[in-house]
Structure formats: structure tokens, C-alpha cells
Design a protein around this ligand. Structure first.
Ligand code: HEM
Length: 293
């Protein structure tokens, strides 16, 4: 029987490295994917397949599509290229660097490494704004039901769909807000993580209150802060048994329903947006049967 890639359900690791690959022109990805299958367990490294790669294999996967573009008042939510995604999870930065090099060699020459992001834990699962991230995440059986495809058949059961966005924070702007303004941006109190009843409708947790949607829009978030010489922010990562819950949340965040954009846009912007399908694992290897491999 196939199971989910265990890194999806496990808590976010202390350190991570995200790799996004594109497909080299006129290349056949099959051999590279077979090598990847043999060397990936789904636990220390989680792998996601993009729509362009599925098409290059001459297949289609029900539920997988391109990331939706959105524009709001003064901001864009972009979709960016990405054929293959690897989330390298670990606790030693040197080991992650070497694993990333090995991954690039394994996938070469069919795949080209386009983007690398180093991510880390801040305090007790904090975003770089200092707010606790992940409080309302489903856990246990609910997490499994939210994130993992079931009853769709061999090769598909145990898989998961993931939405990934790199957000760039303007922390100078955020720091210039009063603590009350900051709390009203998130909708929770930074000091004790209490949800604020009197937060404005634009507050992030008011926008995204998962139980307020019909049907409820639960996702399993595994986001991590990132930082490098160019800036800092959050790699937002949300797993689901489909993309529908994420799409409902995102639409409300951009103000598509009621014209009220999420207050997060006052200090942060997404610069990437990708959808990937994370295949199941079978006998300790990626199960790529749904892709004809
Ligand atoms: C820079 C980007 C983001 C930051 C800094 C951020 C931060 C936070 C924080 C601090 C919370 C409150 C604690 C918690 O329950 O986790 C939260 C909740 C949440 N966020 Fe985000 N978030 C970001 C982007 C997104 C995006 C793009 C989505 C989905 C489209 C999203 C969906 C949610 C959901 C579903 C909740 C829980 C709401 C609830 O049911 O109470 N977030 N986020």
C-alpha cells in the first residue's frame, strides 16, 4: 500500500532548503525521475511535481493545474514557473547544502535548478514578525484527512497537493506600526497569541478563518521563515487533498469577495506562486505510477 510522504505530516524541521527546477528544452525527464524515485524517501526530502512536468510526460493529473494569478488594490499575487519542487528538511545547514547538490546532479541534465531558498525556524514556530504561525493547523487524523488524497485509487491515494509562495516582508514598515496596529493586522495578540474578537475584517485570521467557509477551508500549513542577502519573509506552504480550500482562502485574502484585502498586504508581498502534486511513497520510494513511471 502507498503512504503519504512523511515529511508532509511531520512538524516543520529546524532548517530547510527549497529547490525549484525547470525542465531543460527538448529534454526527456523520465530517466532523471527514475533516479529521483530511487533516492527520495519523502521524509527528509518532500518532492512535488508541477503541471508542466506532467504535460511533458504526456499525462494529466486530475486536480493539478497552474497557480491562479490575482491582482488586488496595489498588489499582485503572481504565478511563477516551476516543474519540480524539493523541500529538503534537516537540522544541519552543511548537510542540506550537500543534499541539494546531490539532488541537482541526480536530476541533471533534464532539469535545471532555478531557485534555492534557505529557510529556518524562528523561536517557537514564529513568523519573522514575531507572531506564532500554525496555531490553527489541523493535527492528527484531521491533518491527514485535510492533506492526503484518499479513495481515488492506486498511485493517487497517499498523494497531496501543495501551494507554495515566497513572501517578502517589509519589516521596517511592520516595525513602524504600533503593537495594536500589528495585532489588528494579524488578528491575534503578539504577546500571548490570543485571537482578538475586535479585530477588523481585514485582519489576516478574520480573512482566513477556516471554519467560516462553506464548505470549511482547512489546509495543513508548513510555512517557514527565510532570509538571505536580498531580504527576508515567509515561504508559505499549504498542503491539501485538493487546491480548493487554498483557493477559497486566497480569494478572500485578495478581497475578491468583498473588496477587503488582507491587511498582510500592508507589509508583505508574494513574489512566487506554484502548485505541485506530491506523489505517494511505495516501498520506501516515490510512487510515480500515476505518471506512467
Ligand atoms: C506572509 C504571509 C503570511 C503570514 C506571515 C501568515 C501568518 C499567519 C499567522 C501569524 C496566523 C495566525 C496563527 C495561526 O493560526 O497559524 C495565520 C493563520 C492562518 N493563515 Fe496565514 N500567513 C500568511 C499567508 C497565508 C496565506 C497565503 C494563506 C492562504 C491562502 C494563509 C492561511 C492561513 C490560515 C488558514 C490561517 C488559520 C486561520 C484560522 O482558521 O484561524 N496564510 N497566518
Amino acid at each position: 500500500m502507498s503512504t503519504v510522504q512523511l515529511g508532509i505530516l511531520a512538524p516543520a524541521p529546524p532548517l530547510a532548503r527549497y529547490l525549484v527546477f525547470s525542465l531543460a528544452p527538448s529534454s526527456d525527464p523520465r530517466d532523471a525521475l527514475k533516479r529521483l524515485r530511487a533516492t527520495t524517501d519523502g521524509e527528509s526530502t518532500v518532492v512535488g511535481i508541477g503541471q508542466s512536468l506532467v504535460l511533458a510526460l504526456g499525462r494529466s493529473l486530475e486536480g493539478l493545474r497552474g497557480f491562479p494569478n490575482h491582482s488586488g488594490a496595489g498588489f499582485e499575487v503572481p504565478a511563477t514557473p516551476g516543474a519540480l519542487w524539493c523541500w529538503l528538511r534537516g537540522k544541519d545547514r552543511g548537510e542540506l547544502v550537500h543534499r541539494a547538490r546531490l539532488m541537482a546532479q541526480t536530476l541533471s541534465p533534464a532539469f535545471r535548478l532555478d531557485r534555492v531558498i534557505d529557510a529556518f525556524q524562528y523561536g517557537t514556530s514564529l513568523d519573522l514578525t514575531g507572531y506564532q504561525d500554525g496555531t490553527e493547523n489541523p493535527t492528527g487524523e484531521q491533518a491527514y484527512a485535510v492533506a492526503v488524497v484518499q479513495k481515488r485509487g492506486e498511485g493517487f491515494d497517499g498523494s497531496s497537493f501543495v501551494a507554495v509562495q515566497q513572501w517578502v516582508h517589509d519589516l521596517t514598515r511592520f516595525d513602524s506600526m504600533s503593537v495594536t496596529e500589528q495585532d489588528h493586522t494579524i488578528g491575534r495578540r503578539k504577546s500571548d497569541n490570543e485571537e482578538l474578537d475586535d479585530a477588523p475584517a481585514s485582519a489576516h485570521v478574520k480573512r482566513t478563518a477556516q471554519e467560516s467557509f462553506d464548505p470549511e477551508a482547512f489546509v495543513l500549513r508548513r510555512s517557514m521563515p527565510w532570509a538571505d542577502g536580498t531580504g527576508e519573509g515567509l515561504v508559505f506552504v499549504a498542503f491539501g487533498a485538493s487546491f480548493l480550500p487554498f483557493e477559497h482562502l486566497l480569494k478572500r485574502m485578495v478581497g475578491a469577495e468583498d473588496g477587503i484585502p488582507d491587511a498582510l498586504f500592508n507589509f508583505t508581498r508574494p513574489i512566487s506562486g506554484n502548485y505541485f502534486w506530491c506523489p505517494p511513497v511505495h516501498a520506501g520510494q516515490l510512487d510515480l505510477r500515476a505518471l506512467g513511471l
